[in-house]
Design a protein around this ligand. Structure first.
Ligand code: IMP
Ligand code: MG
Length: 173
């Protein structure tokens, strides 16, 4: 619980990058009434800041998946815990995710949503490990090196989501 380490992305840098992404998305989706799909729970804070910074009409829905449980290593299996409330056929969908590690979670979600005949599906992720599969994500906040991070929605075992910055979490401390 007390192994939170140095700052990886400070609050000011975080908010400035979120504003940039919001600007890009607003330009690309003008007139398209995009549906933002937040991936619970990690993306809730990012999604909330992102849509507030976007100056075109937006709709929001949530989906929940589990690939890690309480561990900090992927089980390799993605489970759908909560589906969307919206039908997405013909909609422009933007999946909003906290972090891409192996890409397994995002790949699963994109395939699930694409099978429902939306007009388009893109991904917007706050963070990605440097070795991530670049093709999966159109809008990316920051690339970070290996190591578990917490804050701004990201957790370890449910804790530390509430920081307005990204920090390292060191399990050995
Ligand atoms: P992937 O499926 O291997 O790409 O893992 C991505 C998912 O794992 C994300 O949705 C996060 O919930 C979780 N995750 C991966 N790395 C971290 C981290 O450093 N902190 C918090 N959650 C993480
Ligand atoms: Mg997640």
């Amino acid at each position: 619980m007390h192994a939170v380490g140095d700052v990886v992305v400070d609050s000011e840098t975080l908010h400035s990058r979120v504003a940039d992404l919001a600007g890009e998305i607003a330009r690309d989706y003008q007139g398209k009434d995009p549906l933002f799909v937040g991936v619970l729970k990690g993306a809730y804070m990012f999604l909330s800041d992102l849509v507030r910074a976007i100056d075109i009409p937006t709709e929001v829905d949530f989906i929940a998946v589990s690939s890690y449980g309480a561990a900090t290593a992927s089980s390799g299996v993605v489970r759908l815990l909560k589906d969307l409330d919206h039908e997405i056929e013909g909609r422009h969908v933007i999946v909003v995710e906290d972090i891409i590690d192996s890409g397994l979670t995002l790949k699963y979600l994109l395939e699930l949503l694409e099978a429902r005949d939306p007009a388009s599906v893109e991904a917007c992720c706050l963070l990605a490990r440097e070795r991530h599969q670049r093709g999966l994500v159109k809008y990316l906040g920051f690339e970070i090196p290996e190591g578990w991070v917490v804050g701004y929605g990201l957790d370890v075992g449910g804790w530390h989501r509430d920081y307005d910055e990204i920090r390292w979490y060191n399990a050995d401390v």
